[in-house]
Design a protein around this ligand. Structure first.
Ligand code: ZN
Length: 122
């Protein structure tokens, strides 16, 4: 019969704060941090995390904004309707120009179905 014993012990680990490799000497409890500064940072983080959890649970920290201001700007641009003959003349000249402009792709000259609507409107 063969008696076999397997033992394990920590040979080292990463620092819980900075990740520096810590070699375990075999004496005492394996260290979790490489220095006192790292131990303090881990402790502070743990304390702050616990405080945050308590404050969130108690509703002391709002998860949504308490007040929100939404500004809405509406801009309306109204073109003036001509009231004088000269103004109508200018406007109708522009209509005639668009109706005759065959170079303008998708322009009025290429949309004969709109010509009847314009005629009736006039
Ligand atoms: Zn460290």
């Amino acid at each position: 019969m063969v008696e076999r014993t397997v033992t394990e012990r920590s040979a080292g680990r990463d620092c819980a704060w900075c990740g520096t490799w810590i070699v375990h000497t075999g004496k005492g409890r394996p260290r979790r941090t490489c220095s006192k500064a790292c131990r303090n940072r881990v402790s502070e983080l743990k304390t702050a995390s616990a405080r945050l959890d308590r404050d969130l649970a108690a509703g002391r920290i709002p998860t949504q904004p308490r007040r929100e201001v939404v500004e809405r700007t509406v801009t309306e641009i109204r073109e003036a309707v001509p009231t004088r003959a000269g103004e109508w003349e200018t406007l109708l000249e522009e209509l005639a120009r668009q109706l005759l402009d065959v170079d303008a792709k998708r322009g009025l000259a290429h949309r004969p179905y709109d010509h009847a609507r314009i005629y009736h409107a006039l």
